[in-house]
Design a protein around this ligand. Sequence first.
Ligand SMILES: [Zn+2]
Ligand SMILES: [Zn+2]
Length: 338
Amino acid sequence: MSATGTYRAVQVAASGALELTERPLADPGRGQVRLRVEACGICHTDAGAVHPHPATEPGIVPGHEVVGIIDALGEGVTRWSVGERVGVGFLGGHCGQCASCRRGDFVNCQDQDRTGLTIDGGYAEYMVARETGLVAIPAEMTSVAAAPLLCAGITTFNALLKGAPEPGDLVAIQGIGGLGHLALQYADRMGLRVAAIARGTAKEGLSTELGADHYIDSAATDPGDELAKLGGASVIVTTVASGASSSSLIAGLADRGRLVVVGASSEPVTVSTGDLIGRGIAVLGSLTGTPIENERGLAFAHAQGVKALIEERPLADAAAAFDRMLSGEARFRMVLVP
Ligand SMILES: [Zn+2]
Ligand SMILES: [Zn+2]
């Protein structure tokens, strides 16, 4: 299929602001497909591409929670068909050739595009993606509902799995926002006892509704002490971008507990050698997941009724929607619809 016409996309301008542009439609290259975008979530990681500190060249199209319909196949693509509905997350598709890929570690592929950072993402009517990055979307799930699960969802779902909790274990989720409100639901549906940790009491009611058994106000109490009083958490997933506040949770881990970090921060997480050795605890990070892990996460979410709370906006309102996400006012994920 040859490209004709143009499409609308929201790109990062030289000033760092988001601007709506019109671009010529391009054909997918070898091993790529072209998607007609149906929905794209706005993720905090998009701030790496956008004002005030753009890490990318002007002209990049942000967005890595993309759901669309395949409308053109590049040369050599046999796994996917035109008309199929697929998603693309932050990892834009592995190469299959590098040392990490040959070990089966596709997340750490050394030749992997970062959607919306190193290649154009989904704040657009069309997007071109590598076939190895594609995620099949369950037929019963709407594109808008699926979009935030492709980054925020898989990030927290996989973080919980990496903590390897057992049924009935106490797990804690620090930070009840775009990531945390999903983590609470996954943890509850996995049959775990769930403690939600956030500053203040404003999110207590919602946390309970989403599945939390305990609510810890980190402004009023020491969350590490509170978790210890509950017997200690076998897993703590911290979505807060603060090394210091993550460090304070170490005291709340059960023996052999794991602190799984998904909130990126420039500050270190500090942990004593006594805790590491004497209590056998571990601190680890988790970066989204592979397409097949994403499909497992979507299937789990669909079967168990895990749903992102979403504010939907038209593509033309991307700049305002992005600002709302940055302000922390969004409840909880913004999704753009072309
Ligand atoms: Zn993201
Ligand atoms: Zn690779």
